[in-house]
Design a binder for this molecule. Sequence first.
Ligand SMILES: N[C@@H](CCC(=O)N[C@@H](CS)C(=O)NCC(=O)O)C(=O)O
Length: 286
Amino acid sequence: MEGLWDTFGDSSRTIAYAVGGVVVAVASVVVLRKILFKGKEYPRDIVILHQIGRGPYAPSLTPFAVKLETYLRMARIPYQNVHSLKMSSKGKVPWIEYNGKTVADSTLCINFLNEKLGVDLNKHLSPREKGVAMAMQIMTEDHMYWFLALFRYVYDNDKTFIKERSKIGFIVVWIFKYMVAKHTRAQGLGRHTEVEVTQMFKKDLQALSDFIGDKKFLMGDEPCESDCAVFGQLSQFYWHFLGTGHENLFRDKYPNLAAYCERMKETFWPDWDQCNTHGSTRKATK
Ligand SMILES: N[C@@H](CCC(=O)N[C@@H](CS)C(=O)NCC(=O)O)C(=O)O
């Protein structure tokens, strides 16, 4: 007697095999993805700080990561670093996870933690002082940051530092150069000449230097939330500006900004030496 299977012709059988194969393949991919990319389980009540690896002479090449990690230290919030190239849902680093919730953007992370944990690093400031601190923060993060990007990736200076000390390959540098040129053109600064940009950069530094004067921190004797952002950006100009032709700018022209960087380092980063790679000569141990 003919079996049921024999009632199908050869071509029907081939189609059945093909469909079965596809179903098995799709199911395997789904299961494998679940196994390989399963959301990691992290301890509760600890901030998981996602950032790229440690920097050559400061804790990160990303000023926003230095900002966020400094904030966690200043606010004494327990945290754990996860170093990888995994970007946030908004396509940038750093970002955090806290008790299963993810937050992208350093400022939004700070706002989230302030609210969640009742942190206020500005409580000693008057409303007027808070306004001034915020203005200084915006100048460094949303204006000076683009000078850093232009000097680091776009201008035709010696890129040995960025290629060798930070171990970023020349192809990545080339891709960053293209992206930063595009972004700074949209932002506006990228449309100016290097000479014009350098003049504008120095004016920002002068304004910040004049404002900080001989104060210990941005707003006086006590650090505030905006110090984290200002330090994040300045850390790059002070420790990571090699090969730009302006590496000694702080030491030569803005010694109070150099002193400010050293003070922030001493106050919040007693383990600084463990948190950088000493020019890629050793592994950071923290
Ligand atoms: N507003 C963001 C800025 C973060 C940011 O620009 N990060 C850069 C690294 S310095 C980044 O991830 N760039 C990747 C890209 O733009 O594709 C924050 O405060 O976190």
